[in-house]
Design a protein around this ligand. Structure first.
Ligand code: BGC
Length: 254
């Protein structure tokens, strides 16, 4: 049995914390959510996380974090929906300097994918599987035989003269005043495009929209790849972040 780990999901509008039973992939108790500081500079976010961890009275040593940017070796290489000062910041070192814990940071959509890969929809699915999170941006996690190919950033591919997340993220849906039906029809076109790009065996949708999945899922019936909802809904990012703090759990399928 592994000790529970703290998972943190840093988003453009909120930062979510959850204590995770990493053996079961389940949250213990309630999740805690705070607003992402504005501006969301590295120091402001790190201080907010430190304060929340103090309030949670977290005594463990390891903390996993899902961060909404390209993450290579703990360093943020992009910043689409968070302050640009994050570019080039070593997120693991910065957070460590604020609280003294050991941090494991991965891309937020990769974290959601890892949760589904360990305990949800992607568990034991061979071949190519694509998970997309639809929130402020569009995050992506791509798996082949259960192995994550990190930082795919499909929300930033050129699409209809812009980047995809500016058309079909949940933020774009609100900004464009689209109802769920109209939006889901447009999303199905984007999913069709992604199917052409990577021919996944399965597409999993997560993020803030996952609670309403059943209302619009029929718009995906005609696609050649089945589209399902993330089992952990919008909590997949927190659960996967906590799993990232235990890299030994991420063995490839055999
Ligand atoms: C970022 C990704 C992130 C996604 C969801 C995108 O704008 O570039 O790194 O995974 O938003 O937060």
């Amino acid at each position: 049995m592994k000790a529970p780990a703290l998972g943190i999901d840093i988003g453009g509008s909120g930062i979510k914390f959850g204590l995770i039973d990493v053996d079961k992939g389940e949250m213990i108790g309630d999740r805690v959510k705070i607003d992402t500081p504005k501006p969301s500079t590295p120091d402001a976010v790190a201080a907010a996380i430190r304060d929340a961890i103090l309030q949670l009275n977290w005594k463990g040593d390891k903390i996993g974090v899902g961060f909404p940017a390209i993450i290579v070796d703990g360093v943020s290489l992009s910043a689409a929906n968070i302050d640009k000062a994050w570019i080039g910041t070593n997120v693991e070192e910065l957070l460590h300097s604020y609280t003294g814990h050991k941090y494991y940071v991965i891309n937020d959509a990769d974290a959601a994918g890892v949760a589904e890969r360990m305990y949800g929809r992607i568990n034991h699915i061979k071949g190519t599987v694509l998970l997309l999170t639809l929130g402020t941006g569009i995050g992506s996690a791509l798996f082949y035989d259960g192995i994550l190919i990190p930082n795919t950033e499909f929300g930033h591919i050129q699409y209809k003269g812009d980047i995809a997340e500016n058309w079909v993220s949940n933020r774009a849906r609100k900004e464009r005043s689209l109802d769920y039906d109209t939006w889901a029809k447009e999303l199905s076109e984007f999913l069709d495009y992604m199917i052409l790009m990577v021919s996944p065996r399965l597409i999993v949708l997560g993020g803030g929209i996952s609670f309403r999945f059943d209302e619009f899922a029929h718009h995906f019936n005609h696609l050649r790849t089945p589209v399902v909802n993330a089992t952990a809904y919008n909590d997949a990012g927190i659960i996967g972040a906590a799993i990232a703090a235990h890299p030994e759990l991420m063995e490839p399928f055999v």
